[in-house]
Design a protein around this ligand. Structure first.
Ligand SMILES: Cc1ncc(COP(=O)(O)O)c(C=O)c1O
Length: 486
């Protein structure tokens, strides 16, 4: 492109007093958006200084900076020109149409499944989240503030990818007390979330093309992590006793891993029966496979002793255990933990370093105090009663539906249960017509379900919201049933 011999008109800068930074930004932006096109000659520093009411030294300084960034070219006796190669815009200041960047084939595959989306607005009945109104904010704030002051500048640097050592010890004691999981702190790792732990496990232990069992219906996060690792998730049916190991043997004989939620199957609520636990562990032993045990809301079993974990039953050999504080505390905390054989801690920490280095140290230090001072244990005990009361009240409120043939799945733990439909198609119709935020069991299934139902997630709802939601649901159910002639 021929160079102009006249200096270009410089863009005006509004305001009473022009500063150096204003001139720099205005010229830079004008070059980048094509207002000053490639090859345009800039006025001399003397002219520009006079136009902008600045000293010549200041403008010289700006031109030098633009030249050092490659935006303009300067030559003694030649003047200063907008560099040819820098701007992506055509002369005359017209922008090109925005480029549409296309996802890769893997990206397209990842995007094909949007089931990991979580609702931003909690309402009946999408609320499988804790009741944050009852969280001890003041106590948490105190722990947080104290942690920041005590740790001071130590918070500002890199920290351990395995997690903050005192927190790993605190979690080991908490797990021994609450879940009967007896482990050394060296086996505990801190993650931002269950999903992140699953990503690290799958990336480290599965090759692209390897298969793993996932429960069907099941947790979408496990499918997502498998897809990202290039592994093939084989849906294994679940019944009232949990994952059907015998079906797994037929459907995925060569699987190298099984992802399960034994304490409270997600989303059916089933508890993995003793016999199935034995079968699953025997399968893993035969196949030299790994079991990932997701104990996501086992803190909230309402009656009796907590179930023995697969981790404890196996002696921790073939079971990687993962739990989250998203349910016990609050979702925005983004803290989860894993218990793994000591030989896997360093390799997993290495994967972790490659994913996002390490968990937030500020949060870990505060959490450590919250656990060590007993606040987590107190809160969990309190919330157990709260969720048990909410569940009991909800079942009372849903009595009209239960009287019309809907049945409630296992509901002895956690913040959700399933209402099974009396006749095929009713759950889906109700989910569409009620105006409530409802998912059906088949929304979580890959191979379909024998009998569909509504996933009722209630943890984060107030009693008033439960009452309003249940009334709307019962009315909508009676309309659907009238239309279908019961
Ligand atoms: C089975 C299961 N695991 C884990 C989680 C949440 O884990 P996190 O928030 O730590 O990723 C959920 C959330 O609903 C879940 O359903």
């Amino acid at each position: 492109m021929p160079r102009q011999t006249q200096g270009a008109l410089l863009p005006p800068i509004p305001g009473p007093k022009v500063r150096r930074v204003d001139v720099y930004r205005t010229l830079r932006d004008a070059m980048l958006d094509g207002t000053l096109p490639p090859g345009a000659r800039l006025p001399s520093t003397r002219v520009a200084a006079s136009d902008y009411g600045l000293s010549r030294t200041t403008v010289e300084d700006v031109y030098e900076q633009l030249a050092s960034e490659g935006l303009i070219e300067r030559g003694v006796g030649r003047g200063s020109f907008v560099a040819e190669q820098w701007t992506s815009h055509p002369p005359g200041g017209r922008r090109k149409a925005p480029v549409r960047l296309r996802p890769s084939r893997r990206g397209v595959q990842l995007l094909a499944d949007d089931r990991c989306q979580e609702p931003l607005l909690v309402r009946p009945f999408n609320a499988g989240v804790p009741d944050v109104e009852l969280f001890p904010w003041r106590t948490w704030e105190r722990c947080w503030r104290r942690a920041q002051t005590q740790t001071g500048r130590g918070l500002l640097n890199h920290s351990d990818s395995r997690g903050y050592q005192p927190l790993r010890s605190a979690l080991a004691s908490y797990l021994a007390q609450f879940r009967g999981v007896r482990v050394r702190p060296e086996q505990v790792m801190v993650f931002n979330s269950t999903s992140q732990a699953l990503h690290a496990f799958f990336l480290l232990l599965l090759d692209p093309g390897d298969s793993l069992w996932v429960e069907d219906p099941g947790y979408p996060g496990a499918h997502a992590a498998a897809r990202l690792a290039g592994a093939s998730a084989i849906p294994i049916p679940v019944d009232e006793a949990g994952i059907r190991v015998s079906a797994g043997r037929l459907l995925g004989p060569a699987a190298r891993m099984a992802y399960v939620t034994p304490a409270h199957q997600y989303p059916t609520g089933a508890m993995l029966a003793h016999e199935r636990r034995r079968e699953l562990l025997a399968w893993a032993e035969e196949q030299r496979a790994v079991i990932v045990e997701d104990d996501y809301d086992a803190d909230f079993r309402y009656h009796g002793e907590p179930l023995t974990t697969l981790h404890a039953l196996s002696g921790g050999n073939r079971v990687l255990y993962v739990g989250t504080l998203s349910k016990a505390m609050f979702l925005g905390l983004r803290m989860a933990y894993a218990v793994v054989p000591e030989s896997l801690v360093e390799p997993l920490a290495d994967v972790r370093r490659q994913l996002d280095s390490f968990p937030s140290i500020s949060t870990q230090v505060a959490l450590c105090a919250f656990i060590n001072e007993g606040h987590l244990a107190t809160h969990v005990r309190h919330m157990r009663r709260v969720y048990a009361d909410k569940r009991a009240r909800l079942l009372e409120l849903l009595a009209p539906m239960l009287a019309r043939g809907w049945t409630c799945g296992p509901s002895g733990a956690g913040m959700h249960f399933v209402l099974y439909e009396p006749r095929p198609g009713m759950a889906a119709r109700l989910a569409r017509s009620s105006g409530l935020a409802l998912n059906t069991l088949s929304d979580y299934a890959t191979a379909g379900v024998k009998r569909d139902g509504l996933s009722i997630r209630f943890g984060g709802l107030s009693m008033a919201e439960l009452e309003r939601g249940a009334a709307t649901l019962c009315t909508a159910a009676s309309v659907v049933q009238l239309e279908r002639g019961r």
